[in-house]
Design a protein around this ligand. Structure first.
Ligand code: GRF
Length: 246
């Protein structure tokens, strides 16, 4: 099975996937690694492993995102809530400009992926929202979605760009991460796997992130393995699409 991986930042999840493949825990071919950010550390990790890489420079269109840095104002246009408010707002020119840029970026991303004939696209810290246009282009079979994401919180709690921060600031005693299929909503698709950890007195945000990432590195390759073994079945249960693990 061929997978493509998209990264925006350091790529520690990509590394965990590459390591699982290297030791024989995961039987997939990482066909390519792409990024919206030419400076993403994940691209260097892929280069070092001899995996083809490509960049679709969203930063040039929307503003740059960097690990740990505050999000640039334009970036916020890419959250679902901001897009919705733009749709309702009274400025059709900004809306048109935004949609045109978005279409350019996603067409370029899709075109870059085509030669690799991927069966599954894995979002490993890819910090851009994907629109229905992009999602539909990959999801040709409703029973076998083809885009998987990892999110740094126990969904459906704390969707958005700062799952561990939101979990910590809320005072949760348990944090976690979620691997899910991508649908049209923000971090809302059918859940494949989750892993939790305790947030102990004295843990600061850094400690929470460290515990969370350690769970992510274990969970993500495991979920990809389930997909590769064809053990994930998407079914409708009481009006919601959920994943059954076979
Ligand atoms: C992870 O915490 C992931 O859940 C989130 O972004 C982070 C990416 O980390 N979406 P890395 O680039 O894999 O190190």
């Amino acid at each position: 099975m061929n997978i493509g991986v998209l990264v925006s930042g350091g790529g520690s999840n990509l590394q965990a996937i590459m390591d699982a493949v290297a030791v024989g825990d995961l039987d997939v071919n990482i066909a390519c690694v792409g990024s919206d950010n030419p400076d993403a550390g994940g691209l260097q990790r892929a280069d070092k492993a001899g995996i083809p890489t490509f960049v679709t420079d969203y930063g040039a269109l929307f503003g740059r995102w960097r690990d740990g840095a505050p999000l640039p104002e334009d970036f916020c246009l890419e959250t679902v809530a901001a897009r919705q408010s733009l749709m309702k707002g009274s400025d059709p020119d900004s809306l048109r400009a935004f949609l045109e840029k978005r279409a350019m970026a996603e067409s370029a991303l899709l075109a870059a992926l085509v030669p690799y004939k991927i069966d599954l696209l894995v979002l490993a810290g890819f910090m851009r929202v994907l629109t229905p246009y992009f999602i539909d282009a990959l999801n040709t079979d409703p029973n076998r979605p083809r885009i998987m994401n990892i999110h740094p919180a126990l969904l459906p709690a704390f969707p958005g760009t700062d799952g561990y921060g939101d979990t910590f600031r809320y005072g949760c005693k348990v944090g976690g991460c979620t691997v899910h299929f991508v649908d049209y909503g923000e971090d809302s698709g059918p859940i494949i796997g989750q892993s939790s950890f305790s947030i102990d007195p004295g843990d600061d945000l850094d400690a929470v992130k460290k515990k969370g990432l350690a769970e992510e590195w274990r969970l993500f390759p495991e979920c990809i393995r389930l997909y590769a073994e064809d053990r994930l079945n998407v079914v409708e249960r009481e009006g919601t699409r959920v994943v059954e693990i076979l």
